[in-house]
Design a protein around this ligand. Structure first.
Ligand SMILES: [Mg+2]
Ligand SMILES: [Zn+2]
Length: 183
C-alpha cells in the first residue's frame, strides 16, 4: 500500500493566476520545492489532482496543459523530485460542447482519485489531500484521507467556510515541516 500526498495545483503548488496555462506565467508558491522533497523523503508518493475548467471554457487546450505539466515535471526532476502522477479534469457544465459534461472527475468528485487507484494501491488512512479550496478537502473526507487546507491561493477566503475538522497551514512548507515531526 502506498501513502500518498495528493496535491491541488493552482494556489497550492503554484501561485494562483486565473486560468494559468503558459509556462512563463508559472511561479512556485514559497517553499514548495523543499516541501515536496520532505514528502518524498518521508516515503510519500506525490500526485497532483487538478480541476482545469479553462479547457472546457476554451481558454486553453489539453495540449497546452500537457506542455505546462511536462515543464513542471522536468523542473522538479532536476531537483530530484519525482511526481508520481498528474490527473486533471477538463470539464465544466458551462463549457464548449466536447467538455460540457457533468462529470465524475471534477473535484469535489473523486473520479480522479479512482483513476490513480488503477495504478496505486492507496493507503487512504495514511494519505493526505492538500488544497486551497473546500472542494479539495471534500475529496479527502469522502475517502478517509486527512484534509489539509493551505492559506495560499484561495485558502484564506475558503478557511471561513470549513464545516468539518481540517488542519490549516500557512503554506505547503509549513505542512511539510509538520509531517516531519509525525512520520
Ligand atoms: Mg487550487
Ligand atoms: Zn471531469
Amino acid at each position: 500500500m502506498e501513502k500518498i500526498i495528493f496535491l491541488d495545483r493552482d494556489g497550492t503548488i503554484n501561485i494562483e493566476k486565473n486560468y494559468l496555462y503558459r509556462v512563463e506565467d508559472f511561479e512556485f508558491e514559497v517553499g514548495v520545492i523543499e516541501a515536496l522533497s520532505i514528502f518524498q523523503e518521508r516515503g510519500f508518493k506525490i500526485i497532483i489532482i487538478t480541476n482545469q475548467s479553462g479547457i472546457a471554457r476554451g481558454y486553453y487546450t489539453e495540449n497546452d496543459l500537457n506542455i505546462l505539466n511536462q515543464y513542471l515535471i522536468n523542473l522538479l526532476k532536476e531537483k530530484n523530485i519525482i511526481i508520481d502522477g498528474i490527473y486533471y479534469c477538463p470539464h465544466h457544465t458551462s463549457g464548449i460542447e466536447k467538455y460540457n459534461v457533468d462529470c465524475k472527475c471534477r473535484k469535489p468528485n473523486i473520479g480522479l482519485i479512482d483513476k490513480a487507484q488503477k495504478k496505486y494501491e492507496i493507503d487512504f488512512f495514511n494519505s493526505y489531500f492538500v488544497g486551497d479550496k473546500i472542494s479539495d478537502l471534500e475529496v479527502a473526507i469522502q475517502l478517509g484521507m486527512k484534509p489539509i487546507l493551505v492559506e495560499t491561493g484561495n485558502g484564506k477566503k475558503e478557511k471561513n467556510k470549513i464545516y468539518f475538522k481540517a488542519n490549516i497551514y500557512e503554506n505547503l512548507l509549513e505542512f511539510a515541516q509538520k509531517i516531519k515531526t509525525i512520520t
